[in-house]
Design a protein around this ligand. Structure first.
Ligand code: UD1
Length: 311
């Protein structure tokens, strides 16, 4: 018998990949919610037909505690993947009240609803943005947390709530601190989108992308299917309640490298445009994924060049 699981942010980039995996490779009944502020219905609408007996979607905003609680309690949900968030660092710089409501208060709503409804475990999508511009590299779970954007603060505080809910209320929680996630289905249609999806879309259309700063800033890009695997392992591994686990590859890629790799993919020969660095942007981000390998057993990861070809 499968479990009753909930995926918040189910119509989003990572959420929809997770829904697909759960429907194809588990017997669980997938309850899915999204407020459709960043997600796309096309990401999940096929599942309502092909898996109509065990895929149930509702448009619910995690800021609406009453509806959130009712959805969890009425469907006897026991396991929750919490991915709903406003994912853009830049958007949090522009509108910290809105991102605070969703990313922090929304996560508290989710945890409290989980507690009241008697759910067993919550796996939370956190972020390497928590580290801010602190220079030591690579980052592990004990590296200093010095966020430089509201988004980073919101994820840091949300992680604190997770710890509290596991230690004080006995809701099992695991926080996965993603480095930069990329892959097919990531939106490219806003200035707040991730750099790889923007560059891939523009270069495919023969347009010239903009690099903010000198392009030597670097990130650790982890392929979305590896993030899905990490989520499932975090849900199913015993004795890891209260843990924070960094999810990345341990390999750095500069924004200039991204441009060069994707330009080569499409045979684009023009140089990029350069503009001043963005406020709130961190310079470097690189993951020490030792704990991920040890606790979650993820060994083989998709490398950047392979991943870019799959977009
Ligand atoms: C990303 C994620 C965030 C996640 C964090 C973890 C997105 C939208 N944001 O933030 O959810 O928590 O990683 O580390 O996926 N850039 C350009 N040109 C562009 C767009 C971006 O040069 O057109 C540069 C940015 O200035 C930045 C780098 O690319 O230096 C990465 O930016 P972005 O993809 O927005 O990701 P993060 O800010 O790292």
């Amino acid at each position: 018998m499968g479990k009753n699981i909930l995926i918040t942010g189910a119509a989003g980039f990572i959420g929809s990949h997770l829904v697909k995996e759960m429907l194809h490779f588990s017997e669980d009944t997938v309850y899915a919610l999204d407020d459709m502020s960043g997600g796309c219905l096309e990401n999940i609408e096929e599942f309502s037909e092909t898996f109509s007996d065990r895929f149930i979607f509702q448009k619910i905003d995690i800021c609406d505690y009453e509806r959130l609680y009712a959805f969890i309690a009425e469907n006897a949900i026991t396991h929750i993947y919490h991915l709903a968030a406003i994912v853009s660092v830049q958007e949090s710089m522009a509108d910290p009240l809105r991102t605070g409501r969703v990313n922090l208060q929304g996560t508290l709503n989710l945890l409290e609803a989980a507690r009241q409804a008697g759910a067993k475990r919550v796996v939370f999508s956190s972020s390497a943005a928590i580290y801010g511009d602190e220079k030591s590299m690579p980052k592990n779970e004990n590296s200093p947390e010095k966020p430089v954007s509201p988004y980073g603060y919101e994820k840091m505080m949300a992680e604190r709530y997770l710890k509290l809910y596991s230690s004080t209320y006995g809701v099992e929680t695991v926080a996965l601190r993603y480095f930069n996630v990329y892959g097919p289905g990531q939106r490219a249609d806003s200035e707040y989108s991730g750099v790889i999806s923007i560059f891939d879309t523009m270069l495919r259309q023969g347009k010239t992308p903009t690099i903010y700063g000198d392009g030597t800033q670097y990130r650790d890009f982890v392929y979305v299917q590896d993030v899905v695997k990490a989520n499932i392992a975090a849900m199913n591994t015993d004795d890891i309640s209260g843990e924070v686990i960094c999810i990345g590859t341990g390999r750095k890629t500069t924004v200039n490298d991204i441009f060069a790799t994707i330009a080569k993919k499409y045979g684009h020969t023009q140089p990029p445009k350069y503009e001043p660095a963005r406020k709130g942007d961190v310079y470097g981000s690189l993951c020490d994924n030792g704990k991920m390998r040890k606790l979650l057993g993820l060994q083989e990861l998709v490398n950047f060049e392979q991943g870019v070809m799959k977009i």
